[in-house]
Design a protein around this ligand. Structure first.
Ligand SMILES: *Cc1c(COP(=O)(O)O)cnc(C)c1O
Length: 383
């Protein structure tokens, strides 16, 4: 269950009535620059790559919902991730969970890897293996949980301890859980990253990212990097995200309840081979998820009992679920990881992770749950 206090935090954090007009919502400060009274004398804002009042308000709201001291809002989730790893240096080693978001793997393998940073991908669900993989030059452990698309659960507290024992920092991609169902900083992680494009945005109408931390030194380094390199959240996106945060708690509660019902329907359906949802007692990460999460969030995956042609027929027969990439919006989506979100994952790794032709990932929206279940039931008839 969501900490009830977060319903209030989500509505109010970062929102102060506008001092000039009394406007209840922080206006969209669509400006690049700010007038100065004398050289170097201004009201705290000089250029919008540095700071902008719309972004400041968003960052206060983001810090509020993640219960973090610092939040930095980026132009995308990957821009936020890049700003974190750009603080590393050639020769540094990063231990990364092997089923990270496809774009994260691509950023690490094909872009940041060219700068002499070594990214090692390993199965971090095995804590002993993670400990054994630490090296003297390991500076960072990169954790994503629940993972995508098979919804593995990684032990944030144990992996953070392993990172700290080796003098490394633990970073958690908290996108799938949202700040309302998982608090990595409270579990010992140092840095949290979100693609705010997903649940925090929640309406499939913007791209954004955020970094949250209680570590003032890391916050300063990441903010400096953002200022130096420029991947900031613009005023309009900042405003939209800030508005979205106000309804985050009610949305997440509904995503969670609907996903549980969808998972229970799929689990054991004769046309479904396997259902992946951490809320199901048979899920291998269920007990750990119950310990470290306060809800199981809204993503459900399953394997259709049929080949690619049958899976395609099923997907085309769906009327409420739309076939699209991305997740976390109010509307229900279905994704075919092998050909869509995970097409860039190297084929041997895809096979190892169980991403085959019959696997589907559902982002369960906030519609009337019976309409979702009826849609799935109808489409399963085509198999
Ligand atoms: C979408 C996503 C990202 C990347 O974020 P963008 O906003 O698309 O740049 C990173 N991690 C996870 C888990 C995601 O789902």
């Amino acid at each position: 269950m969501i900490d009830p206090r977060l319903y209030t935090v989500a509505v109010h954090a970062g929102t102060e009535p506008d001092p000039r007009t009394g406007a209840v919502m922080t206006p969209i400060y669509q400006t690049s620059t700010f007038v100065q009274e004398a050289p170097g004398q201004h009201k705290g804002w000089d250029y919008s790559r540095g700071t902008n009042p719309s972004r400041d308000a968003l960052e206060a709201a983001l810090a509020g919902i993640e219960t973090a001291q610092h939040a930095i809002a980026f132009a995308s989730g990957l821009a936020a991730e890049q700003a974190i790893v750009q603080n590393l240096a050639p020769g540094d080693h990063v231990l990364v969970c092997n089923d990270v978001y496809g774009g994260t793997g691509r950023l690490f393998r094909t872009v940041m890897g060219r700068f002499g940073i070594e990214f090692e991908f390993a199965d971090l669900s095995d804590v002993d293996r993670a400990r054994a993989a630490m090296r003297p030059n390991t500076r960072m452990v990169w954790i994503e949980t629940p993972t995508n698309p098979t919804l593995q659960i990684l032990d944030i507290a144990a992996l953070s301890d392993i990172a700290h024992a080796a003098g490394a920092v633990a970073v958690v991609d908290n996108t799938f859980a949202s700040p309302l169902f998982q608090s990595p900083l409270a579990l010992g992680a140092d840095i949290v990253v979100h693609s705010t494009t997903k649940y925090i945005g929640g309406h499939s109408d913007l791209v954004g990212g955020a970094v949250m931390t209680n570590d003032a030194e890391w916050a300063g380094k990441i903010r400096y990097l953002q200022f130096a390199a420029g991947a900031v959240s613009g005023p309009i996106e900042s405003f939209l995200l800030h508005r979205s945060i106000k309804s985050l708690a009610v949305r997440m509660a509904q995503h969670d309840a609907n996903a549980m019902a969808v998972a229970e329907f799929l689990d054991g359906h004769p046309k479904v081979r396997r259902t992946f949802y951490p809320g199901l007692p048979g899920h291998p990460g269920h007990e750990l998820a119950r310990r470290q999460m306060s809800g199981f969030s809204g993503i459900v995956s399953c394997e259709i009992d049929g080949d690619f042609a049958a899976t395609t027929r099923f997907v085309k027969a769906l009327e409420v679920f739309a076939l699209a990439e991305s997740l976390g919006g109010v509307e229900s989506l279905v994704n075919h990881p092998e050909t869509m979100t995970h097409a860039s994952v190297p084929e041997p790794l895809r096979a190892e992770l169980g991403i085959g032709p019959s696997l589907l990932r559902f982002s369960v929206g906030i519609e009337y749950v019976q309409d979702l279940v009826d849609d799935l039931a109808r489409a399963l008839e085509t198999i």
